[in-house]
Design a protein. Sequence first.
Length: 339
Amino acid sequence: MSPPFELAGQQVAAGQRRTMQLALAQLYTQSPLTVPVEVVHGKLPGPVLLLCAAIHGDELNGIEVVNQVLAKVNPARLRGTLVAVPVVNVFGFIHKSRYLPDRRDLNRCFPGSEKGSLGARVAHFFVTEIVSKCSHIIDLHTGAIHRANLPQIRAQLDCPITRQMAESFGAPIVLDASIRDGSLRSVAEAQGVPVILYEAGEALRFDPLPIKAGVRGVLRVMRNLGMLKASTARPVAGPIIARSSTWIRAEHDGLLHLKVRLGDRIRKGDCLGTISAPLGAEQCKVIAPRSGIVIGSLTMPLVNEGDAICHIALFDEIKQAELSVERFVDELDIQPAPL
Ligand SMILES: [Zn+2]
């Protein structure tokens, strides 16, 4: 039997779950602002998994993933502890914004400090009160406004535990992504806590496919870590790891007619769409500069020269990557949303 789990001065007995509201800061009105946290503390000891979403306050898919995972986890059968934080950036969430009120990106404020800016304080609070109690992290994100991402895992694959988490998630594509200064990943990895980042869908939406894939992926990682009983379902095929990725940018200003969708395989030289003026038939083509798989895309048809249109993952084994995406979509039985 596990000893009680303590978080921010509150205890949760083994085999119990508890919802907490952790005092974070105050609004301009001096009303308290709290971060909702649910702890599910299993009867038997095991990993302490932090599942967090909305570090960018307008990224909503992860919030739904957290809630659906919580509904499926029974503390009587859980080994270890699940610490679920559906909305890390409560300030941004209230305003439907990616950012904090001072327009800082919370995911560039880690590890933060006790006496710094609002972002530094929020980051410091999150690290000291929550991250420091956890042994593994899954951080849930979406694309930005008007940009959608094919479900994908980003992680530093040098660490064998991180790699195992990334592979067991079951997303079709994994990006071996370098760590950005100030991100939650940077501080977690500096503390030796393996972290994977799930990117899927678009900001300010509930996207069915990314949510379903996210719930399945988190539960798979929990099974792989021994927190849940192994499934009798057939194991997922290993994901395909991208060599690198690149953005295709608009070469003209105008209205974009994009012909490719998330998950599509493109070949160097393909015409991916056109950019035209509001009047007149004159169009210029958007030509693929490389071969790869579309893993991110603009969902809004207005572009200025230089705007990113498509994010393309590059592979050594592109046929396998294409099959991995097809298999993934078939298993979920939900088509990716048209762009
Ligand atoms: Zn994000």
